[in-house]
Write a protein that binds this ligand. Sequence first.
Ligand code: SF4
Length: 368
Amino acid sequence: MSQTLYATVAETYCKLEMDDELGLSLDLDGRWRSYRQGERFYRRTIKNQYVLDNNALDESQAVEVQAELQRSLARMLGRLGGEGQQQISGDRTALIRWLEKAQAWDYTRLQDQVVYYRRAYIEDIPVLPPDRYHDLVVLPATGCPNARCRFCTLYQGSRFEPLTPDQFAEHLQCVRALYGQSVVARDGIFLSSANALALSQKQMLSVLEKIKLCFGSRKRGIASFYDPEHAPKRNENQWRQLAALDLRHVVIGLETAYTPLREYLGKSGHLQTMQASVDLAKAAGINIGITVLIGMEDVGDEEAHFEHTRDFIGQLALQSRDIIYLSPWTLSKKTGLQAQLAGWKTALRSVTAAKVVEYGLERFFYFA
Ligand code: SF4
């Protein structure tokens, strides 16, 4: 076993590895983000769930992990003050202060994050696109203006409701309080809930201006889910206004371009609005994400779904900055999804320049 302590002190995080058995990553405020003890690798969510193997631990297990982590911190500090081998990239004194700060975050104090989380988010954060998992989530509205898709486990039946300007201003302050100094580590912003772009153009401009005032510009810009069928029609100039305020990426739920199946799922059977909206948003420099459901043999003609969807995506002028998300239908009982995924990826890559990635919707955790 190596008896070395490795540490990296970066601008927005620090991480340590010790004796091949311990690993720890801390945020700017000293709260732990991930912790490895031998084979076990834990992660902590923004609302202070302790997650192991994609399962949230119960409270007594979390308390135990936290106690173990506190002992590991003490060992690391002891090693830093002693003789053993150490390889430190960055300022050693800053590292020691960082670990001391981490020691002050015991379980009770970390549990206060749950209160901050609930104050900040009146609606839970049920999912984010996989390329935006580390975004700072901002919530200008709750619910979904469609809310009737039969496969949707997240927003079905939940009414779309914009936050009032006062509620939104307060929300931004609460988000700031929740993330603390670590807010700077979030290099993108995501507008939750199901379809923030259902807000009017005036409301959207105001939301984006307030976000910029509160959090500045982020390297990866702002992204949002978007349902063109349940949002104001925007011309190219209006998309440009949003892009000028950092809107960079919108994610649209196509699910299928086979219209009888799309209608059955609870979405519009007309694809013209979607196609026109994609063209206009792209002309304004906004990147597009398109979600496609796979594994629906139980409810539709899978071959027709495959062919229509592939052909529709092939017609869209997508580029390498755009993304197709393949999402296994959560109600599917079929096996062989991995083979289907591979088939879809190959077929879509032959008709589009967009990236094609997997998007699993189950057991999403919004990690610290
Ligand atoms: S539009 Fe999207 S969020 Fe709304 S119900 Fe349908 S799948 Fe769910």
